[in-house]
Design a protein around this ligand. Structure first.
Ligand SMILES: [Zn+2]
Length: 274
């Protein structure tokens, strides 16, 4: 039996202004990652996302949001700052369901995170932030055909658009079944039968909403060219390791923290930057 723990089926059809379940319809056509308006990078290399947040959140729901923020801040150059006079910012409100636009839209953009979603933890926050940073769903990738089969006959009529392929920039990363942006096997199923079938790793879990995957983090670091978290860090890391100077180096700490975050997974992929 497939392990389905951690799968969170919050992405239910409910509003027609949403595309792909939880994505607000973009104002531009044919949006792809490379065209999507990304957030500006500061001279110090950080990408600051101004946000304002509704006062309707209690301690528990705010904690989910803040833990979501912290994972990005720990492993990428993305930072979340209180909105002051910046033109573009995210307004986080518990409207209805959980959804976001893809990328920076311009001006205020709504990210809805309702209490029900947030009770499941930080995963849904990280999923929606990934959209806001400029990413489409993983199963919508341009190269998805080799990795995933869409079972159109099981898709809820009228919701086929959630499974359309997008012309995405995949940032030279491999397809990621473990992405926080992947749908689950029965997303938008009309009959409980699978709508998505992995073709390579056929028994793998898809649709996890526990945490960002290694490749999710890598994609953020590549899209925003977070050099501190990519090759520069890796080069120093290798030299230091060769000289056995490994303790107390913040870069080593970063590697350890990341491995810990990923439950001891090998993080080699993050260090293979050219
Ligand atoms: Zn989504």
């Amino acid at each position: 039996m497939t392990n389905t723990s951690g799968i969170f089926r919050y992405e239910k059809p409910w509003r027609n202004f949403l595309i792909e379940g939880d994505i607000v319809k973009p104002l531009w056509r044919n949006a792809v990652v490379s065209d999507t308006r990304t957030w500006q990078k500061s001279v110090d290399g950080m990408v600051r996302i101004p946000y304002e947040i509704s006062q309707l959140y209690d301690e528990e729901t705010w904690s989910s949001i803040s833990r979501g923020f912290k994972d990005f801040e720990k492993f990428t150059c993305v930072r979340f700052v209180s909105h002051s006079d910046e033109e573009d910012f995210i307004s986080i409100q518990p409207i209805h369901g959980c959804y976001s636009s893809v990328g920076r839209v311009g001006g205020m953009q709504l990210m809805s995170l309702n209490h029900q979603c947030l009770k499941k933890g930080k995963g849904v926050v990280e999923h929606e932030i990934m959209h806001a940073l400029g990413f489409w769903h993983e199963h919508a990738r341009s190269d998805r055909g080799k990795y995933i089969k869409i079972e159109w006959k099981n898709v809820w009529p009228g919701y086929e658009h959630n499974f359309l392929k997008q012309n995405t920039n995949n940032l030279e990363t491999k397809y990621d079944y473990g992405s926080i942006l992947h749908y689950s096997r029965t997303a938008f199923s009309k009959n409980g039968q699978p709508t998505l079938r992995p073709l390579i790793d056929t028994d793998t879990v898809i649709g996890q909403r526990n945490r960002l995957s290694e490749l999710d983090l890598l994609k953020v670091n590549r899209l925003y060219n977070c050099t501190m978290h990519l090759k520069d860090k890796a080069n120093v890391l290798k030299r230091k390791t060769a000289n056995r100077v490994v303790e107390a180096d913040p870069r080593i700490t970063f590697k350890r923290e990341l491995e810990k975050y990923l439950d001891g997974q090998n993080i080699a992929e993050l260090w293979r930057m050219s």
